[in-house]
Design a protein around this ligand. Structure first.
Ligand SMILES: Nc1ncnc2c1ncn2[C@@H]1O[C@H](COP(=O)(O)OP(=O)(O)OP(=O)(O)O)[C@@H](O)[C@H]1O
Length: 896
């Protein structure tokens, strides 16, 4: 048979087939060999869209649902990723980016996150220069909603900043980046210094213990101020000055864009005394945020209530429909439910949430457009007819196609109205007489109209007012949907032609109408010309050196008061409010502040201690940021001391040097050994390190312990269920650093001396001998937790034993002899011994931060010749056992 078959194939055909097979074979081979990533789990990587401190960020597509997501990678060695995943997956809220799935590979952790195509609020602000007040209110309410939600779950974010607020495609705010989050149920006062200096509350900059909720509220104050004014309230290039300002100075509230209500709220948020700061509820109820704040508050309460009620799970119409669909398709619905309930973040729950999102998208507008549009048009007509008692479509018979087109446009207009409603603005300024002129000022941008749509119709781009006005004038021509549509396009076209304006400005222009079409028709064309001219004049003024001065409204300007004038195309924003030319103010001085890990900040400390030149060097490491070079250059580094309470020396801020050693002195004395961090910092400056310096490393360990505690607590909700690839237990095989440790000014811990062993199914004795911390986490979780335990984790905090969530904030619980580093405070020995036992039984992630710290640090300060390359492979692992601690001491001595 075969011979017969082959016999029928000519030689040429055979060669052809061979070539085809060869090509596809080679293709497959090169795919296998390629370093380029194409797929991760169920996700197809489309593009790299960013890069964070700890890894790359990709745009990807879920292959089963075609849903776009963001894949954020992080090195497994970074224990912060555990914290981020642990908290982030607990949150399910419209203004928090959704974490769909977590995939753990041998070296990396991949987080599949909700894609926010609108980028960061920071970028938005840069583009807009300052955010129009109505948008400010809306966005800020959304951000507050997210924080209120997190606070209601007893979690604090601790790194709230513009860069951590993303915008989705609809311009809605989404809070993200939970790398510094912690729960506050078990500890009311925290000590860990973390955040970004310019957003830090005074108590943080002073390194006092702090209420986690209150520092978030302060950061919100900074965010609101920056959004409104386009500049930061306490910005200084010099970090010492900045901190001084934060502690002692009030922001400048004199900006005319800060209204009375806004000022009242800002003053409360930025109150130096944390007790004076309002709660999230009070913020959302503040008059400035009306009406958005109270709506968000109500919605959030409903969400929280629903999420707390376990019986309401899978009961919504959408969920039931999806379950039914999945069951019919042969999915194991029980497994999916289990995965969702336990927040496993595996591929099942990932698929579930993606499908749910998709369903909601369909419900909100992805139905066949034509049908829906026609329907809505009919509704409009029906409504009008019944309301007016007569048919208001002027007897024009339209084809269904026309109806469809018009309805879609109508929908668009409505959408515009929704999105850029200026109602709050109107309300906000209603105490001002100017509002009257808004309402009465009917003669502005209008244009004549006729039924044939041959001439431009009136222009009214103040959607809310237009709506109200149309309601008022029910029965006249303004109610005609066709006219509305026609108006919209005519005015758009006209303005584009005349002024080069973009669509979006039409929606933000605040020009009222009076419904008097006759009056409009008489002078609208003139108005348009005049306004056009005024805009040009404004633009000229803005560009002139004198433009720094506030533009005074001209007496005859139709936009003279309480109006929001159109902005030129390149600015994309409202140009003036109440006749004040927003663009005439100083350009925004918002800078991007990068969350850095302790290693970064310790670099700063070690390198510079406010030395300007060094600071430049440090800054240059961030030059790959996407902001313009100018901005990057002037951008001060943010200060994050995630890992140290005693940051006086090991400051992530780079500016907390020995000035703050007063706090160190209050800490337990060092028994022996020392911290390389502190030593190095000091030795650089020829200052003898205070004894408390030792605390730095201890704090690092205890902080890391927090991660392991989190991980441990996460056992209760099946962290181990996160998708993993093979996690072979290999002997430690990382190459030793080739650097000369003697010369190093960097912390480094000799990894090859790690001698601990860890066995599957047993508690680790010494914890750091495995390949990576994350490996250990996964393995340990896998081995010690019963997968089938039916643990409810939705309100996760209630499931966490209070003794588990120890962070470095609880430094007093450092075990007495865990590494012989610390002289114990008297009377605390029992507590410390208990803590020591606890630490010994928890997993090894506690040491990982030091790995990356030292490596990053060393990589940066390479001119010190201490570490050459690949220093994170130097095995710089801090061990929990005594031997390792001694090593640290040795290194310290060597460095000194
Ligand atoms: N869900 C998302 N949707 C769209 N873009 C995102 C998303 N998450 C992150 N990005 C983009 O990826 C970039 C880096 O992400 P991100 O800032 O979260 O990383 P990171 O490691 O947390 O950085 P850092 O902590 O230093 O701020 C950012 O520019 C951000 O705009």
């Amino acid at each position: 048979m075969n011979n017969g078959t082959t016999a029928t194939i000519t030689k040429a055909e055979q060669n052809n087939i061979k070539a085809i097979i060869g090509t596809s074979y080679n293709k497959l081979y090169s795919q296998f060999q390629s370093d380029d990533l194409c797929d991760v789990g169920n996700y197809k990587i489309l593009d790299q869209i960013g890069e964070g401190s700890f890894g790359k960020v990709y745009l990807a597509c879920h292959k089963l649902t075609h849903h776009k997501v963001v894949l954020k990678t992080s090195d497994k060695k970074d224990p912060n990723i555990v914290r981020e995943v642990f908290y982030h997956r607990q949150f399910n809220y419209p203004h928090i980016t959704k974490l769909y799935e977590v995939i753990v590979t041998e070296t990396k952790v991949w987080m599949a996150l909700e894609y926010c195509s609108g980028k960061e609020l920071y970028d938005h602000l840069l583009k807009m220069k300052r955010i129009p007040i109505n948008q400010c209110i809306e966005l800020f309410s959304q951000i507050c909603g997210a924080v209120y939600y997190a606070h209601s779950l007893n979690c604090v974010h601790r790194d709230l900043k513009l860069e951590n607020i993303l915008l989705d495609k609809d311009g809605k705010a989404k809070l993200t980046d939970f790398g510094f989050t912690r729960e506050c149920m078990t500890k009311s006062l925290l000590e860990t210094i973390c955040g970004t200096t310019v957003y830090m509350a005074p108590e943080l900059t002073e390194r006092k213990t702090y209420d986690g909720f209150k520092i978030d509220i302060w950061a919100l104050g900074v965010i609101l101020y920056t959004m409104m004014t386009g500049s930061m309230p306490f910005d200084e290039d010099d970090q010492v000055k900045m901190k001084w300002k934060i502690v002692h100075e009030s922001p400048d509230y004199n900006s005319t864009v800060i209204t009375e209500d806004a000022k009242d709220l800002l003053t409360q948020l930025l109150s130096k005394d944390p007790v004076q700061r309002p709660t999230m509820r009070e913020i959302l109820e503040h008059p400035f945020l009306k009406p958005y704040g109270s709506t968000i508050l109500k919605d959030t309460d409903t969400i929280l209530l629903k999420q707390r009620d376990a019986t309401s799970r899978f009961h919504s119409k959408r969920e039931r429909r999806l379950l039914k669909m999945l069951r019919r398709s042969g999915f194991d619905v029980h497994a999916i439910k289990n995965s969702v309930i336990k927040r496993k973040c595996d591929n099942l729950s990932g698929m579930w949430f993606l499908l749910l999102d998709q369903q909601s998208k369909h419900e909100h507008g992805l139905r066949p457009r034509r049908n829906k549009s026609v329907l809505s048009v009919r509704n409009v007509f029906d409504g009008q007819k019944s309301a007016n008692g007569d048919d208001d479509n002027d007897g024009i018979i339209r084809t269904s196609l026309e109806l469809t087109k018009v309805a879609s446009i109508g929908k668009m207009i409505n959408k515009t109205t929704d999105n850029i409603s200026l109602a709050p603005l109107i309300k906000h300024i209603s105490h001002n007489d100017n509002i009257t002129s808004v309402k009465d000022n009917s003669s502005d941008i209008t244009q004549n109209t006729n039924r044939n749509n041959k001439e431009a119709l009136r222009i009214s781009s103040m959607p809310v007012i237009r709506e109200n006005s149309m309601r008022k004038n029910n029965g006249n021509n303004n109610n005609n949907i066709f006219k509305k549509v026609s108006d919209f396009f005519k005015q758009k076209k006209y303005l584009n032609n005349q002024n080069g304006l973009t669509d979006e400005f039409i929606g933000t222009d605040n020009h009222p109408i009076d419904g008097n079409s006759a009056a409009r028709s008489s002078h609208s064309a003139v108005d348009i010309k005049r306004i056009s001219k005024e805009r040009k004049d404004q633009e000229v003024k803005r560009k002139s050196p004198l433009a720094k001065e506030k533009l005074k409204p001209t007496g005859n300007s139709p936009t003279k008061s309480s109006t929001v004038s159109l902005a030129p195309k390149d600015q994309g924003t409202i140009q003036s409010i109440n006749g004040i030319n927003l663009n005439s103010y100083a350009q925004p001085v918002v800078k991007r502040f990068k969350s850095t890990a302790s290693s970064d900040t310790s670099r700063q400390t070690s390198l510079l201690n406010y030395d300007g030149d060094s600071l430049k060097v440090v800054r240059s490491t961030y030059s790959d940021m996407k902001v313009s070079p100018k901005l990057s250059e002037t951008r001060p580094l943010s200060n994050i001391s995630q890992f140290s309470n005693d940051t006086s020396d090991y400051s992530t801020d780079g500016n907390t040097t020995f000035q703050n050693s007063f706090e160190s002195s209050a800490r337990p004395a060092i028994k022996h050994g020392s911290s390389q961090y502190s030593l190095n910092s000091n030795s650089e400056h020829g200052v003898k390190p205070p004894s408390s310096r030792k605390f730095l490393r201890r704090n690092l360990s205890v902080q890391s312990e927090a991660s392991s505690a989190s991980e441990r607590s996460s056992r209760t909700d099946s962290f181990y269920d996160i998708t993993t690839t093979t996690t072979q237990i290999k002997p430690f095989s990382r190459s030793k650093s080739t650097g000369n440790t003697k010369d190093s000014v960097l912390p480094h811990f000799s990894a090859q001396k790690a001698t601990g062993t860890w066995r599957r199914g047993k508690k680790p004795s010494f914890l750091n001998n495995s390949q990576t911390g994350a490996d250990d986490i996964i393995r340990e979780e896998s081995s010690s937790v019963d997968d089938d335990s039916d643990i409810q984790t939705e309100n996760f905090v209630s499931n966490i034993p209070s003794n588990i969530l120890i962070e470095k904030d609880e430094e007093k619980t450092v075990p007495e002899d865990s590494d012989n580093d610390i002289m114990l405070p008297p009377n605390n020995n029992d507590i410390l011994r208990n803590a020591q036992n606890f630490i010994k039984t928890t997993n090894p992630a506690l040491v990982r931060r030091n790995i990356s710290d030292s490596s990053q640090w060393s990589a940066f300060v390479n001119d010190s010749k201490s570490f050459v390359t690949g220093t994170d492979d130097d095995g710089s692992i801090e061990n929990a056992d005594n031997e390792q601690s001694e090593d640290h001491g040795d290194n310290y001595e060597e460095d000194e």
